[in-house]
Design a protein around this ligand. Structure first.
Ligand code: PEP
Ligand code: MG
Length: 579
C-alpha cells in the first residue's frame, strides 16, 4: 500500500530505491525472513556466534593474566562480559525471537538489545546504568561474528538502490556510508544541521530526517522515493508517481551536469569582487570531490571524523599522513584544519571510558574544552598538523572558543608542540596561521581576545544558531525553531564581520548557511568574502555569486538587517534574490 511521510529536508535531490532497515544506531543490521526449514540453521548460526565470542573472551582472559602490564580490572571485566554473554536475556530470548518471528539472528539480537538498554535507561543507580555499555559491547562482539558471514550492506549487488531506513543514525554511522554506495537515507529522529545531516550533504545523497515513524512502518525491501528537497518520503509509490519522480530525478541530473561548466569560471561578482569559495571536508577521501569543483581551498577539515568507528585513537603519525595527503593534493591552496571537535553528537568509540565525553552534552565537554582537558591527545594532533604545514599552506582552526584563557591556553599548547618538534628536529611552518571559530554567542559579543591573539575568524553558524536560540540541532522536535534569519543570529554574524574588518582580520563563514544559494546574496551583502561549504554545493553558490553585485547588495541587506518583522524580512530576502 502506498503512503507518504513528511519530515525535514536535509539533503537535496531524489533517490529511488529499496529500503534497507537499520536497527540500533551503531549497528547496520538488515532484517530478513528466514524460511521455516532454515530456522534450525539460523539458531545454530546464532549459537556458533555466541560460542566464538566466548572463545574470544577466553583468549583475552589468558592474555590479561599473562601480561604483567595489564590492569588488574581487565580480568574482572572479561569475566563480566562472559557472564553477560551467557545470561538467558542475551543467549535465550533472541533464540525465541528467531523461532517465533522467523527473523535473522542479527535482527533478533539487536531487538533484544534495544529492550534491555531501554530497561537500563530507567535505572536510577548511575553505576548500574553504566553497565548498559558492557552489554552493548558484548552484543557488538557477537554481531561482528554474525556479520562476518556476509550480511553487510554493500555486498548485495544492488548497492545504488539502497535506501537506509533507521530510527536514528549517529554521525559515526553516517560517515561509513562514504565507503558504501548508498542511494539515500531516512531517519525518525534528527535535526537539519545535525552532523548526520551534514554528512549526508557532503555525500550529496538525498536524505530526510525527523520522520517520527518511518522505521516501524517500513519493511525491508519496500520501494521508496526520498525527496530530499521537499522532505517527503513515499513508500511503495504507484506507477504514475514513480514515473513522475524518475523524470524529475533525470531533470535534476541534467541541471547538475550543466553546473559543471562553471568549474573553471572565476568566482567573481558583477562588480568585480572576488569571493573565495572553499570546501568543507570530513575525511581525506573527500578531496576528489573538492577537485571536481576546483574549490579555492579547504575552509574546514572536520578532523574528528578520523577518530570515529575505531577501537584505537589515530596516532600522531597516522594523523600527519592524513593531513599531509590533503595538503599535497591541493598545492598552493590553503587547507584549514580544525582541531578535534568531538562531543555533543560526535562521539568516538575509542574514547569511551577514557574521556569525559557523554553522548550529547552540547553544552558540555566538547571541542577545545575537551582538548585542553586531555593535553596528550591535543598535543599529538597539534604536532601532526604542524608537521603537515611543512608541505603546504596549512592553517589551524580552533572550535568552540569563548574565553580569553582558552585562547591563551591553546596558543601555549601550540608553542609547546612547536618546541617539541624543534627539539626532535622536525620541520614545520613556524608562521602557521591560527584562527578561531565564532560559534558561541559569547565569542561574537566579546571578540576582543580573538582579534588580539588570532590570525583569522570563521563563523560556525550551525552551533551559533543552536546556542543563540537554545535549540538542540539534533532534535527534530525543536527543528521548527531553527532559524538562520533570526535577527539575533544575523546581528551576531554582522558583529563578527564588523569586528574582523576593524581589526584587519579575515572572516569566513563555514556553517551550513554558506552552502545555501538562497542565502549567498545575504551573506555577500553583509560583507562576507570567504565561504566554505560541501563541495556538492559549491558550483550552485558560485553561479549565484557570478550574478550578484556586492555594492548593490550592501544597502539592500542593511535594510533587511534593520527589519524586525520576520515576514517582511523574508519578503525582502525574496526580493534580493529575485533581482
Ligand atoms: C558550525 O558549527 O557551524 C560548524 C561549521 O561546525 P560543526 O558543524 O562541525 O559543529
Ligand atoms: Mg560547530
Amino acid at each position: 500500500m502506498s503512503f507518504v511521510l513528511h519530515g525535514l529536508a536535509v539533503s537535496q535531490g531524489i533517490a529511488i530505491g529499496y529500503a534497507h532497515l537499520v536497527s540500533h544506531a551503531t549497528f547496520e543490521v538488515a532484517q530478513y525472513q528466514v524460511k521455516e526449514r532454515d530456522i534450525e540453521a539460523e539458531l545454530i548460526r546464532f549459537d556458533d556466534a555466541l560460542a566464538a565470542v566466548h572463545a574470544e573472551l577466553g583468549v583475552l582472559k589468558v592474555e590479561a593474566g599473562a601480561s604483567p602490564g595489564a590492569p588488574a580490572e581487565l580480568s574482572a571485566f572479561v569475566d563480566l562480559h562472559a557472564m553477560i554473554l551467557t545470561d538467558p536475556l542475551l543467549a535465550e530470548v533472541p533464540r525465541q525471537l528467531i523461532r517465533e518471528r522467523r527473523c535473522n539472528a542479527e535482527w533478533a539480537l539487536v531487538q533484544q538489545l534495544e529492550q534491555i538498554t531501554a530497561q537500563f535507561d530507567e535505572i536510577e543507580d548511575a553505576y548500574l546504568r553504566e553497565r548498559k555499555h558492557d552489554i552493548v559491547q558484548v552484543v557488538e562482539r557477537v554481531l561482528k561474528v554474525l556479520l562476518g558471514h556476509g550480511h553487510k550492506i554493500g555486498r548485495r549487488g544492488r548497492d545504488e538502490d539502497i535506501i537506509i531506513v533507521a530510527h536514528d543514525l549517529s554521525p559515526a554511522d553516517t560517515i561509513q556510508f562514504k565507503q558504501l554506495k548508498i542511494g539515500g537515507f531516512v531517519t525518525d529522529l534528527g535535526g537539519a544541521t545535525s552532523h548526520t545531516a551534514i554528512v549526508a550533504r557532503s555525500l550529496a545523497i538525498p536524505a530526510v530526517v525527523g520522520l517520527h515513524h518511518a522505521r516501524p512502518l517500513i519493511r525491508d525491501e519496500d520501494l521508496l522515493i526520498v525527496d530530499g528537497t521537499r522532505g517527503v518520503l513515499i513508500v511503495d509509490p504507484d506507477h504514475r508517481v514513480l514515473q513522475e519522480y524518475r523524470l524529475r530525478k533525470s531533470e535534476l541530473e541534467i541541471e547538475r551536469n550543466k553546473l559543471k561548466r562553471l568549474r573553471t569560471s572565476r568566482s567573481i561578482t558583477l562588480d568585480g569582487e572576488t569571493i573565495q569559495l572553499c570546501a568543507n571536508i570530513e575525511v581525506p577521501q573527500d578531496i576528489e570531490k573538492v577537485k571536481e569543483v576546483d574549490a579555492a581551498g579547504i575552509g574546514l577539515f572536520r578532523t574528528e571524523f578520523l577518530f570515529m568507528n575505531r577501537d584505537e585513537l589515530p596516532g600522531e603519525d597516522e594523523q600527519f599522513e592524513a593531513y599531509r595527503s590533503v595538503v599535497k593534493a591541493l598545492p598552493g591552496k590553503p587547507v584549514t584544519i580544525r582541531s578535534l571537535d568531538l562531543g555533543a553528537d560526535k562521539t568516538a568509540r575509542a574514547l569511551r571510558g577514557v574521556a569525559r565525553i557523554e553522548p550529547n552534552p552540547a553544552l558540555g565537554m566538547r571541542a577545545i574544552r575537551y582538548c585542553l582537558a586531555e593535553p596528550h591527545i591535543f598535543l599529538a594532533q597539534l604536532r601532526a598538523i604542524l608537521r603537515a604545514s611543512h608541505y603546504g599552506q596549512v592553517r589551524l582552526l580552533v572550535p568552540m572558543l569563548a574565553h580569553a584563557h582558552e585562547i591563551e591556553q591553546t596558543l601555549a599548547m601550540v608553542s609547546l608542540a612547536k618546541e617539541q618538534l624543534r627539539d626532535a628536529k622536525v620541520k614545520f611552518d613556524d608562521s602557521l596561521e591560527i584562527g578561531g571559530m565564532i560559534e558561541i554567542p559569547a565569542a561574537a559579543l566579546a571578540l576582543g581576545p580573538f582579534l588580539k591573539h588570532l590570525d583569522f575568524l570563521s563563523i560556525g553558524t550551525n552551533d551559533l544558531i543552536q546556542y543563540t536560540l537554545a535549540i538542540d540541532r539534533t532534535d527534530e522536535a525543536v527543528a521548527y525553531l531553527y532559524d538562520e534569519l533570526h535577527p539575533a543570529v544575523l546581528r551576531l554574524v554582522a558583529l563578527t564581520i564588523a569586528g574582523g574588518r576593524r581589526a584587519g582580520l579575515p572572516v569566513a563563514l563555514c556553517g551550513e548557511m554558506a552552502g545555501d544559494p538562497g542565502l549567498t546574496r545575504l551573506l555577500l551583502g553583509m560583507g562576507l568574502r570567504q565561504l566554505s561549504m560541501h563541495p556538492a554545493q559549491l558550483l550552485e553558490v558560485k553561479q549565484k555569486v557570478m550574478k550578484s553585485d556586492c555594492a548593490l547588495l550592501r544597502g539592500r541587506v542593511a535594510r533587511l538587517l534593520r527589519q524586525e518583522d520576520p515576514v517582511r524580512q523574508r519578503e525582502q530576502l525574496i526580493k534580493i534574490n529575485a533581482v
